[in-house]
Design a protein around this ligand. Structure first.
Ligand code: HEC
Length: 126
């Protein structure tokens, strides 16, 4: 009887831990297909994102920036990164002030709380 209770307790702890870990890892896991996060990490189909918060847009040595991002002119902060991870196609128009501006990064649909989680993660990269 006592063993069963201990077993159930251990199982609950395991599953709770699992859910918490995957929820955290989920925020930026999608980005990993195209971005690395560590200092000096290589560029994949998108630029390395180490210390991106506070950095000027389009300012790494990544060779394949779109014209709009390369021209940049804004600094990445919490607010514009949240719109970027939600809808980069829309964000690029707002950030450049050009209604025809385009970015090579697809819309990631990380909006609201998901955007908060992604940006909280990006802020740790320094
Ligand atoms: C399918 C590939 C792909 C995925 C997935 C992707 N990105 Fe990107 N990302 C790109 C590309 C390509 C660019 C360069 C866009 C351009 O030049 O217009 C980019 C650019 C960026 C930039 C601008 C970097 C700079 O140097 O100014 C940020 C910030 C960014 N991505 C964050 C993210 C985050 C956060 C995620 C996950 C929520 C993500 N990306 C998912 C391909 C991707």
């Amino acid at each position: 009887m006592n063993k069963t209770i201990i077993a159930i307790g251990a199982f609950t702890m395991l599953t709770t831990g699992f859910v918490a870990t995957t929820a955290f890892a989920g925020a930026e896991s999608k980005c990993k297909a195209c971005h690395t996060f560590e200092q000096g990490g290589k560029h994949k189909s998108g630029p390395n994102l180490f210390a991106v918060v506070g950095r000027e847009a389009g300012n790494t040595d990544f060779k394949k920036y779109s014209k709009s991002l390369k021209a940049g002119g804004w600094v990445w902060n919490e607010e514009n990164l949240k719109s970027w991870v939600c809808d980069s196609k829309k964000a690029i128009k707002e950030l450049t002030g050009d209604a025809h501006a385009k970015t090579r990064m697809g819309k990631q649909k990380k909006c609201g709380e998901k955007a908060d989680a992604v940006v909280a993660f990006l802020k740790t990269l320094k």
